[in-house]
Design a protein around this ligand. Structure first.
Ligand SMILES: [Zn+2]
Length: 99
């Protein structure tokens, strides 16, 4: 599957998660996340492809900026923003199904 790379891509020590037992941030999802996953695979693939690409791109830039303190804060903020947007997008889909 071509998207598997993008799914793995945002997983890393710099993802921002600290615990190993975080739950998927999507509403009513109790999937335990492994390592630094942003959300469980089922919900990750509900994120629009464009947004997934943005998460991946922002994560890459965040990693690239790690050694440059001046640019790191901006890269980190952008990454946090696209992650939040991805979670929001899935929540909207999930909640739209509830009658
Ligand atoms: Zn989930």
């Amino acid at each position: 599957m071509t998207d598997s790379t993008a799914y793995r891509a945002h997983i890393g020590p710099d993802h921002g998660r600290t615990g190993l037992d975080d739950l998927c941030p999507v509403d009513d999802c109790d999937q335990v996340l492994r390592g630094d996953h942003l959300m469980c695979p089922r919900h990750w693939f509900m994120v629009p492809k464009m947004l997934r690409d943005q998460v991946w791109d922002a994560w890459r830039q965040r990693c690239a900026a790690r050694d440059r303190p001046a640019g790191y804060a901006a890269a980190r903020d952008r990454h946090e923003q696209v992650k939040a947007a991805a979670i929001r997008a899935v929540n909207e889909k999930v909640n739209a199904r509830v009658p």
